[in-house]
Design a protein around this ligand. Structure first.
Ligand SMILES: Cc1ncc(COP(=O)(O)O)c(C=O)c1O
Length: 393
């Protein structure tokens, strides 16, 4: 197991705050920031667009980052596309999929809006949507999902880990059963990538989307999309960098991944992401998972022992703990945590209004953990929430 205190040296902001909003975005380690600084100060050029040394060096570093991310996730680099975030990754699939009128998509009620709105919007194109409900802890039964499959179902889009409940979905079973019915599966891995060991090749989804700025520790403005059959997807954006030939009567696109990366990409961000993923590999994602889930379980058990506090989600949770202090607005709790102890948590709907409505509350407070959080921080969270709850008693 790694030494959390030496890891913290790589995240200087942690000296000033207790950062428990990692499900929204994580801090980026110094080596990744240095890789971006090196890009700007030593070799910035454009990707794939020049014979000169800076363009070549930028292209090499960018493509090395792709190899690193693909190795880490267990994907084929040619099918691994860089995007701005998970939202863009999912929209690339929803906009580019070869839909036909009366096609059918299945999602779950515990999706982030980014994995809900892109499918809802397809209604305008005659694509029907079924939303499958979870159990009380945010787990969706693969059997319920499969019973919603009809002969028009083309795709199931579901989260791997819920950003509200911290529940892990049985995506392996869904993928296996869906493929028997010739239905494709998109996994939203926003809360799993970098938080647990993943091998996309053996998981075998048709699409896997993740931001680069959460568990992968990369900078904001980075995301990843894996597509098993990229040729079936029409690119949303066309323009420079993704085209092989153009005549006055038309154009021929490059194959994936270039086909989906039109325009000048986020070279510094991707290069930083590549270095951040190496950092995660150096520490070891299995140990990260053990550390984070242990903190989350200690937090959940401490919080649920406080009178008036309700904790949501399954016992066997990932690194996310949603809760409420009875009689208090979640934002007020979050403000007090920040102002009294510099504890940064998320509050509100977490971009998942249907999931929060399902809990029949106006929002939750959410503490979410990363590799650099400590048991002392969890203790302080629990003690501070306990003081807040006692003010309400
Ligand atoms: C489960 C889930 N899906 C999608 C997203 C959207 O990620 P991004 O903001 O990088 O597009 C998030 C962000 O919190 C998330 O938790």
């Amino acid at each position: 197991m790694y030494d959390v205190h030496s890891v913290r040296e790589d995240f200087p902001v942690l000296k000033d705050v207790i950062y428990l909003d990692n499900a929204a975005t994580t801090q980026t380690p110094v080596p990744a920031v240095k890789a971006m600084e090196e890009y700007f100060l030593s070799y910035a050029g454009n990707h794939g667009r020049g014979a000169h040394r800076l363009a070549r060096e930028t292209t090499n570093h960018y493509e090395d980052a792709r190899e690193t991310v693909a190795r880490f996730l267990g994907t084929d680099a040619k099918k691994t596309v860089f995007t701005r975030n998970a939202t863009e990754s999912i929209n690339i699939v929803s906009r580019g999929f070869p839909w036909e009128s009366d096609d059918h998509v299945i999602v779950t009620l515990v999706e982030h809006h980014s994995n809900l709105l892109p499918w809802m919007r397809l209604k305008n194109e005659g694509v029907d949507l079924t939303i499958v409900r979870p159990d009380a802890t945010g787990i969706v039964d693969p059997g319920e999902i499969m019973s919603a499959v009809t002969d028009r179902t083309r795709l199931i889009a579901m989260n791997h880990i819920s950003n509200v409940f911290g529940s892990t979905q049985d995506v392996d079973t869904v993928i296996r059963l869906a493929h028997k019915e010739d239905v494709k599966v998109l996994v939203d891995g926003s809360q799993s990538a970098g938080h647990m060991p993943l091998n996309i090749a053996s998981m075998d989804p048709d699409f896997f989307a993740t931001p680069g700025h959460k568990g992968l520790l990369g900078p904001q403005g980075t995301g990843v999309l894996y597509m098993k059959e990229p040729d079936m997807i029409e690119p949303v954006f066309v323009g420079g960098g993704m085209v092989r030939s153009v005549t006055d009567s038309g154009y021929e696109t490059e194959p994936s991944p270039a086909k989906f990366e039109a325009g000048t990409p986020n070279m510094p961000g991707v290069i930083g992401l590549g270095r951040a993923v190496e950092y995660v590999e150096e520490i070891g994602v299995s140990d990260i998972e053990k550390h984070e889930t242990s903190l989350a379980r200690v937090a959940a058990s401490g919080l649920s022992g406080i009178e008036g506090v309700e904790v949501y989600g399954p016992e066997n949770r990932s690194s996310v703990v949603s809760f409420n202090v009875g009689g208090m607005n979640a934002h007020d709790v979050a403000m007090i945590l920040d102002q009294t102890k510099a504890i940064c948590v998320r509050s509100g709907y977490h971009c998942a209004i249907p999931g929060i409505n399902f809990l029949d509350v106006d929002g939750t407070v959410r503490a979410s953990f990363a590799l650099y959080n400590t048991e002392e921080e969890v203790e302080l969270l629990v003690d501070t929430v306990s003081s807040i709850a006692s003010m309400m008693a």
